[in-house]
Design a protein around this ligand. Structure first.
Ligand code: 3HC
Length: 309
C-alpha cells in the first residue's frame, strides 16, 4: 500500500503498478480520469458509424460479425467507465460530462460512414490505429486501466481483421466495389493518422504522462508505427494511400508522409459541424430510451438490499 509521494515515485521508477486504493498525486488521478473517461466516451460514440450499417449489411454473415463488433465496443465502454470509477467519479457523472460536451470523444468518430466500404475502412484503419495506441496501454502504470486494456486489445484484433477482410473482398470484387473501397480509404486515411493526437510539439500531456508510465510512446511515435504497418496492407489490397508525399525512407527505416490537416483535426476535436451534433443527439436518445433499464436495475438492487437486511 502506497502512502505518500516518495513511495509513489519509487513504484513508478520500478515500473510497477499503482492500484485504486494507493495514495497518488491529484494530477495523476486527474489525468487518468480525463484520459480513461474520454476513451470510454470514444468507445460508446464509436458504436454509431458502424451501428448504422447493421440493418444494411450485405449478408447475414456480415450482419452477425458487425453486430458482435458493435456490441464489443459497448463492452469496452463499460470496462473503461468501470476503470474510471475506481478513481472516484461515477458513471452517471461521466456520461453527463459527455452529454454536455465538457468531456470529449475521439475526433475519428466525427466523420460519416456513407458506404459499406466505410465499415471495412473503420475496422481496418480505425481499429488498427486503436490497437497501435492501446497495446502499450496494457502496460499503463495504473492497474485497473492496464488490465481493462488486455481484454479490449484481444477483441480489437478481431475488429481489425474483419475490417481488412471487408476491404479485401471489395478490392477483389467488381470495379465499382474496388472504387468504393478506394473512396473509403481516401476518407479514412488522414482522420486515422490524426487519431493519435496532435504532433508531439503540441501535445499537452505527452511528457508528464510518459514520466508517469501512463503513455509508453508519444503521439508521433505511434503515428509513425501505424503508417509503417498500414502502407504495406494497402498494397496488398491494391489500393492507393491518398498521400502524394508518402515515400519509404531507407535512411530512417520509416515512411515519410505529408502533413495532416491540423485545422480539420482541431475542428473535429472541438466538435464543430453537423456530425458531432448528430453523434450527441443519437447518444442522448439512446440514454433516455435506456432510462427504464437503469431504473429497473436500481429497483432490483434496492429490493435485494432490503431483503438481505
Ligand atoms: N480526439 C479528440 N481529442 C484528442 C485527440 C483525438 N484524436 N487526440 C488528442 N486529443 C486531445 C486530448 O484529449 C487533449 O485534450 P484534453 O486535455 O482536453 O483531454 C489534447 O487533445 C492534447 O492532446 P495530448 O496529446 O496532450 O493528449 P493525450 O496525452 O491524452 O493523448 C491520446 C491523446 C493519444 C488520444 C490519449 O489520450 C490516449 O491514448 N487515449 C486512450 C486511447 C483513446 O482514447 N483512443 C480513442 C479512440 S477509442 C477507439 O478507437 C475505439 C476502437 O474500438 C475503435
Amino acid at each position: 500500500m502506497i502512502r505518500n509521494q516518495e513511495q509513489f515515485d519509487a513504484v513508478i521508477k520500478a515500473d510497477q503498478r499503482i492500484e485504486s486504493d494507493d495514495w497518488m498525486p491529484d494530477d495523476y488521478r486527474k489525468t487518468l480520469i480525463r484520459q480513461i473517461a474520454q476513451h470510454a466516451h470514444s468507445e460508446i460514440i464509436g458504436m454509431q458509424p458502424e451501428g448504422a450499417w447493421i440493418t444494411r449489411a450485405p449478408s447475414l454473415r456480415r450482419k452477425s460479425i458487425l453486430t458482435a463488433k458493435v456490441q464489443d465496443e459497448a463492452g469496452h465502454g463499460l470496462y473503461l467507465y468501470g476503470a474510471t470509477e475506481t478513481l472516484g467519479p461515477d458513471r452517471a457523472e461521466l456520461l453527463d460530462l459527455l452529454h454536455t460536451k465538457k468531456q470529449k470523444y475521439s475526433s475519428i468518430f466525427n466523420y460519416p460512414s456513407p458506404t459499406w466500404a466505410d465499415v471495412g475502412a473503420i475496422g481496418w484503419l480505425v481499429d488498427g490505429a486503436a490497437i497501435m495506441n492501446q497495446v502499450p496501454l496494457c502496460r499503463c502504470s495504473y492497474g485497473p486501466y492496464g488490465r481493462a486494456m488486455v481484454r479490449i486489445c484481444k477483441e480489437e484484433s478481431f475488429h481489425q481483421r474483419q475490417g481488412f477482410q471487408i476491404m479485401l473482398s471489395l478490392a477483389e470484387g467488381t470495379n465499382e466495389q474496388k472504387a468504393m473501397a478506394q473512396e473509403a480509404l481516401n476518407r479514412w486515411w488522414w482522420p486515422s493518422i490524426m487519431m493519435f493526437g496532435p504532433p508531439d510539439t503540441e501535445s499537452v500531456h505527452n511528457a508528464r504522462n510518459m514520466a508517469w508510465g501512463i503513455k509508453r510512446y508519444t503521439n508521433d511515435e505511434l503515428r509513425q508505427t501505424f503508417i509503417d504497418a498500414s502502407v504495406p496492407q494497402a498494397e496488398v489490397l491494391g489500393l492507393t494511400v491518398p498521400d502524394p508525399d508518402l515515400n519509404w525512407n531507407d535512411e530512417r527505416g520509416h515512411y515519410d508522409f505529408g502533413d495532416p490537416d491540423w485545422d480539420e483535426f482541431t475542428r473535429m476535436v472541438r466538435g464543430e459541424g453537423e456530425m458531432p451534433a448528430e453523434r450527441i443527439r443519437t447518444r442522448l436518445e439512446a440514454h433516455n430510451e435506456g432510462a427504464w433499464v437503469r431504473e429497473a436495475a436500481e429497483a432490483y438492487a434496492t429490493k435485494q438490499q432490503r431483503d438481505a437486511a
